[in-house]
Design a protein around this ligand. Structure first.
Ligand code: A2H
Length: 253
């Protein structure tokens, strides 16, 4: 990095009933888990949200978007980008450990699943984005690997108190067609490289390299308003649509 700030699309995933125990104090408010993504054009394929069980998150009030949940570091960045009343300042309403957010029910823009769940991902970095990630297993090898880990390993679900119905019904959705990789590029490279788990670091790096540039330059949307269009031509339009519909906002770091 170091080439100046990176622009992210900050996706707002709204907490819906039943609120988890830790968020009950905020029950009467609009509360969102926020995730930084570089791929707004993939939001049609969201199947879940990722949190790290051991990362500490906070809740703070924004001026225009209700309450956000993210790392303290991300909240500080947002406070310098006009998200809070006083520049550079934010009030911590709650401190929450990721573990306690697992199973939270969310409504997220563009996905075909009416509600999705917050689930554990152990490779989330604390010092990038918000520490919360939106999961698009059709097109992100990291997301697919982490979802397969949960779907294939009942003991892993049990360890975090995750019900089968938060995980098993959520299949990757075909949203982009990429020449040579088909309509679920992450699934294709995961199989091809015989990736074993979300901790298969080297292979996942390789998988990401294989998929990303190709997806951006040659990928074609299979769903939504821009069905049939090339991603590079409509990525900005899709980001604008998410923002207009109040599902996202621009965030830099
Ligand atoms: B992307 P970059 Cl479909 N820890 O969004 C680990 N990963 C994180 C993160 C964190 N703290 N914060 C964000 N990310 C992920 C979609 C997506 C993403 C697709 C394909 C590739 C892809 C759905 N997940 O990222 O280091 C988020 O996942 C490829 C790297 O700033 C975000 O975009 O380049 C991306 O990594 C930001 O990573």
């Amino acid at each position: 990095e170091g080439a100046g700030p990176q622009e992210y699309t900050l996706l707002k995933m709204e907490v819906v009933e039943p609120f988890p125990e830790v968020l009950k104090p905020l029950k009467s408010k609009k509360v969102s888990l926020v995730a930084a993504t570089l791929r707004p054009e993939t939001m049609y394929g969201q199947t879940n949200c990722w949190v790290h069980p051991d990362i500490k998150y906070i809740a703070f009030e924004t001026v225009n978007h209700g309450i956000f949940i993210c790392t303290r570091r991300a909240a500080r960045n947002m406070a310098y980008q006009g998200f809070t009343e006083k520049d550079g300042q934010f009030e911590v309403l709650l401190e929450i450990v990721g573990q306690d957010l697992i199973g939270t029910v969310l409504k997220s823009p563009f996905t075909c699943y009416p509600k999705i769940y917050a689930l554990p991902m152990l490779t989330i970095k604390e010092d990038k984005g918000t520490g919360i990630v939106t999961s698009v297993p059709s097109d992100s090898p990291d997301d697919y690997a982490a979802l397969v880990d949960l779907q294939k390993k009942p003991a892993f679900r049990e360890k975090y108190g995750i019900h089968d119905d938060m995980v098993l019904p959520f299949k990757p959705v075909p949203i982009l067609e990429i020449p040579e990789y088909g309509n679920m590029s992450a699934v294709h490279v995961y199989d091809k490289l015989k990736i074993q788990s979300q901790n298969d670091k080297e292979k996942l790096t390789q998988a990401k390299e294989m998929v990303y540039l190709k997806g951006f330059y040659d990928g074609v949307l299979l769903v939504g308003e821009y069905k049939g269009k090339k991603i590079q031509d409509v990525k900005k339009n899709l980001q604008a649509k998410l923002i207009e519909e109040n599902g996202a906002v621009v965030y830099y770091e």
